[in-house]
Design a protein around this ligand. Structure first.
Ligand code: ZN
Ligand code: ZN
Length: 425
């Protein structure tokens, strides 16, 4: 057998310790936002029955057609690593009778999602998603609340130029009229659009509007917008949502290219764009899905939500040069000379940590000099030295690395010393 070093799978990356301050910064904000808006956390399994996503994300979407990690388990059941959260949230809502809770049921989740995409900058086959859903209400004020959570989070993270793109794609009452108008518009110019779009025209005409092929740019611009075809109810919903955005002075642009090409997506669709390097950068997407619960076999249950990728958020934090708080590091390094001292250090360390003082020690049988070098590399504030002399006198030598002051402190005085110095600094 040849020896080889394993690598992480293609398109999957490790999040190393030096990245953690950014991740913790974002995760802390997410927890706080959840509390502020009265949303509770829901933990979902990483994989579900494949049929849930086929129905809940939709056949005919890129996710279901090309991007899912699907495999058979040992019983022959087809399972899929979750490519998104919403289907699982609604599945859990129906399965556990959460509709009996006060309405709306407000949920957030955080964790990895999996998509088999071509690896490229900022896109990973496993990435982390922050997902928010509110189930049980049709009120446009709830759409606004969902959008506000995203806005508030990005504002709190220090993002600049936060801006909504919004659209309404109507409901099963009014959308057929719109789709007919869209097909009537596209049919005569079929030869001028891309191959993929020629297929969409037959299979999923709404998706014609979010084609990124330059060939399709000009036809999209001239296409009829869905907002011209809304029924009364959808129109009032959209207008009311906009009055909330206006009242709170949230910048938004009506973007008729914004669509989600599935039947159970209804009314509101939105994205949040922020300033990035070069082009505008979508950091979040969401909308209303009043038909999803029924598509999953449940009673009619309106819902609205969004998802935002943490890798994208962290990339944006770096692009916008947002300052991240320094991570908590050990303040104290315990160095020793000889086995007796080492035994004592093991004991002292346990006491220091019990007193909430971040402390570490040197391991192995390194010289005192090499231990001090290590403390230096780790940027430690205080080094405690327990040598043979100090053992005999039941004392330690405490060296403040910045400034190089040394103090002799009795064993009993050790904790008071740090409680005073670290507590006040
Ligand atoms: Zn409608
Ligand atoms: Zn196209």
């Amino acid at each position: 057998m040849t020896k080889r070093l394993f690598q992480s799978p293609k398109g999957i990356k490790d999040i190393l310790p030096d990245q953690q301050p950014h991740w913790q910064f974002v995760e802390k904000k997410i927890h706080r936002i959840g509390q502020l808006y009265g949303y509770e956390k829901l933990e979902l399994p990483v994989f579900e029955e494949t049929a849930l996503f086929q129905r809940g994300v939709g056949e005919g979407t890129d996710i279901v057609e090309k991007e899912m990690y699907t495999f058979k388990d040992k019983s022959g059941t087809s399972v899929t690593l979750r490519p998104e959260f919403t289907a699982g949230v609604v599945r859990a809502y129906l399965q556990h009778g959460l509709s009996n809770l006060p309405s709306p049921v407000k949920i957030w989740s955080l964790g990895p999602v999996f998509r088999y995409e071509r690896p490229q900058a900022g896109r990973f086959r496993q990435h982390s998603q922050f997902n928010v859903e509110a189930l049980g209400e049709q009120d446009p004020a709830l759409d606004f609340e969902i959008m506000s959570i995203a806005y508030h989070l990005f504002e709190d993270l220090g993002f600049r130029k936060i801006h909504f793109q919004i659209n309404s794609i109507g409901c099963p009452m009014c959308r057929p009229n719109y789709l007919r108008a869209l097909i009537d518009y596209y049919q005569p110019i079929q030869a001028k659009i891309c191959r993929e779009c020629q297929k969409r025209l037959k299979k999923n005409p709404l998706r014609l509007l979010d084609c990124k092929n330059p060939l399709c740019r000009s036809p999209i611009e001239k296409a009829p917008p869905s907002v011209h075809f809304l029924c009364k109810e959808c129109e009032i919903h959209f207008e009311t949502l906009k009055t909330y955005l206006d009242r709170l002075k949230r910048p938004y642009t009506q973007n008729h290219r914004l669509v989600r090409g599935l039947d159970y997506y209804t009314k509101t669709v939105f994205e949040v764009w922020v300033e990035g390097i070069g082009a505008q950068n979508a950091v979040c997407g969401g909308g209303r899905y009043d038909g999803l619960a029924e598509a999953l076999g449940g009673p009619p249950t309106p819902g609205v939500g969004f998802a935002s990728g943490l890798e994208r958020i962290i990339l944006t934090l770096k692009e916008q040069k947002v300052e991240i708080p320094e991570p908590v590091r050990p303040n104290v390094y315990f160095a020793f000379q000889g086995d007796d001292a080492k035994n004592k250090v093991v004991e002292f360390l346990s006491i220091l940590r019990k007193h909430n003082i971040e402390a570490i020690m040197g391991f192995g049988s390194r010289s005192l000099k090499s231990q001090l070098r290590e403390a230096n590399r780790r940027n430690i504030q205080f080094v405690i030295i327990l040598g043979e002399n100090e053992m005999a006198q039941k004392k330690v030598l405490i060296k403040t690395m910045e400034g190089g002051v040394q103090e002799s402190v009795s064993w009993d005085g050790l904790i008071p010393f740090f409680e005073k110095r670290i507590g006040s600094s």
